[in-house]
Design a protein. Structure first.
Length: 255
């Protein structure tokens, strides 16, 4: 079972920064807990929480991603590996059903996924690297693509491509993009999915900014956010600092 704790010991500071968004860190031991802050009691609720992974392997690999000397080949491999590790928790609530399976020795009652339909939707182009890792866990998932670029003046998202499975409205969707910077692209992509009647959406990224988390949660409080790290600020160009640079360029060796 996973234990959820505040990101820092100073709960008050985190509460103020996120303006009422319960903000938790995923650890590896224990049970879900509730946290008392003044007269308020914060419960673990997936619809209004940000999940930050503190697993040593994930943190180690994120550090390698940040290193400017990491090659494109190594960068692609690390993005895929981290996506696999994060995918275990993102898919934790997939429903199961009990079946009977005949082993070499006897008939066993065991559990399998109950047929819930999944789709992974990368935001182009950087999200492609995360989709590959997620599909290693759930190879039967369908794949959609949303192309968004950010206007350099307004920093707002502009859609240029959208291709989704025909039954996307019947699927739980994991939206993936390595960076949650201003939050505009992620929020815009969620808008596109909701316009196509998608009801259950999770957003998975590697590094998020506090501003991006606030924006996505403000626009879509029903979307759970999963990330491996949260950085403090954005620069004047809307890049996360310290971040890891342009994830798309580093994945594909472009500039």
């Amino acid at each position: 079972m996973i234990k959820f704790q505040p990101l820092k010991n100073n709960i008050k500071n985190e509460w103020n920064v996120f303006k009422g968004i319960p903000f938790f860190k995923i650890n590896r031991h224990g049970k879900n807990i509730k946290i008392h802050y003044g007269r308020q009691v914060l419960y673990m609720q997936k619809t209004d929480n940000v999940f930050i992974f503190d697993h040593p392997l994930i943190q180690h690999k994120v550090s390698l991603l940040r290193d400017k000397n990491t090659s494109s080949k190594e960068f692609r491999e690390l993005v895929s590996e981290i996506s696999v590790l994060m995918g275990y928790e993102v898919t934790r609530d997939i429903p199961l059903k009990e079946v009977e399976i005949e082993t070499p020795l006897a008939v066993a009652k065991t559990k399998v996924i109950s047929g819930k339909k999944l789709a992974v939707v990368p935001i182009l182009r950087a999200g492609l690297g995360m989709a590959d890792g997620f599909l290693q866990l759930v190879p039967m998932a369908r794949v959609g693509h949303i192309g968004i670029y950010r206007d350099h003046e307004t920093l707002e998202p502009i859609e240029y491509y959208c291709k989704l499975p025909s039954d996307i409205d019947e699927r739980d969707v994991v939206l993936v993009d390595p960076m949650l910077a201003t939050g505009g692209s992620a929020s815009g992509a969620v808008d596109f999915l909701k316009k196509r009647n998608v009801k259950n959406i999770k957003f998975m990224c590697l590094i998020a900014s506090r501003e991006g988390i606030r924006r996505l949660h403000r626009d879509h409080p029903d979307v759970s956010i999963y990330c491996a790290a949260v950085d403090e600020e954005l620069n004047e160009h809307g890049y996360i600092v310290p971040g890891l640079g342009d994830a798309g360029d580093r994945l594909f060796g472009t500039k």
